[in-house]
Design a protein around this ligand. Sequence first.
Ligand SMILES: Nc1ncnc2c1ncn2[C@@H]1O[C@H](COP(=O)(O)OP(=O)(O)OP(=O)(O)O)[C@@H](O)[C@H]1O
Length: 308
Amino acid sequence: MPAITVDNLTKSFGQTLALDDLSFQVEEGEVFGFLGPNGAGKSTTINIVLDFARPTAGEVSVLGMDAQRHSRTIRQRTGVLPEGVQLYGRLTARQHLEFAIDSKGADDDPEALLERVGLVDAIDKKAGGYSKGMAQRLMLAMALVGEPDLLILDEPSTGLDPNGAREMRKIVQEENERGATVFFSSHIMEQVEAVCDRVGILRDGQMVAVDSVAGLRDSVGGGTTLRVTVDRIDDDALQAVRSLPDVGGATVEDQQPPTLVVDVDGSKTTVLSTLEDRGIEVRDFSTTEASLEDVFQSYTTDTEVYAR
Ligand SMILES: Nc1ncnc2c1ncn2[C@@H]1O[C@H](COP(=O)(O)OP(=O)(O)OP(=O)(O)O)[C@@H](O)[C@H]1O
């Protein structure tokens, strides 16, 4: 049974079509990254999954239950890190957690939860004085209450410094190992790359790609660029490289010494030996893979992207 099934979901706000016949599934036990540029419809989708907003058309089921009819049960079994700061300034971290533990009928220890998110020192401080990162840590601790089956994290690394972001990744992994399905939205590629089994890319309310990070890389064209610095290059050698079966294209950067830029999808040594067989001296070479940032850009803008 999938953890989340979104079926032909459409949501309009007046003239704005926020979700356009959107369908996808999040499998039980996976970490699914939900990517998309600003305004793509990520929060709208999450709001419908949690029944904070109603769809114009289509259906959503969560943990095998209809998202609208069983929203209370679903929320009991789901941990949510919402977008933006949603805390009470006059309450402490301990009070926030006691409230969350009570409303979920759970028996977690607030101190242990705050220890996990690195906020135990501020347990009795009022949230009104928290930095953005501290607020984010507290909201994450609240999401972890009751060992939820499903964690929904909306832009979880907002406001976190690099250490905080690393801790967040660790918690996502621990929760996943415990058995939780994790669904998180982000536009920070590194976060997604480090923890996700699969990634869905949303653009203008439609899913334009769903795959593993490696699969997405492949889909935007092999993804490896080989740069070879040579003593000289001639047309014969250039044509020979271009006609290799694994080569998608090759160009020469006009500089001294010249550099050959080759889009290659297999063996790089064949490219090097093709050059050497023609008496060309290979002085240096390097390879780069398309970053996930490049992949994201190629799916969410109309520009073509190559590995740098
Ligand atoms: N309550 C609302 N009223 C009117 N329009 C809305 C409302 N909520 C969202 N929208 C519109 O729906 C579209 C999708 O917005 P949404 O907030 O879901 O995008 P997002 O992918 O979460 O963006 P971001 O990354 O900026 O948070 C946008 O065009 C937005 O302006």
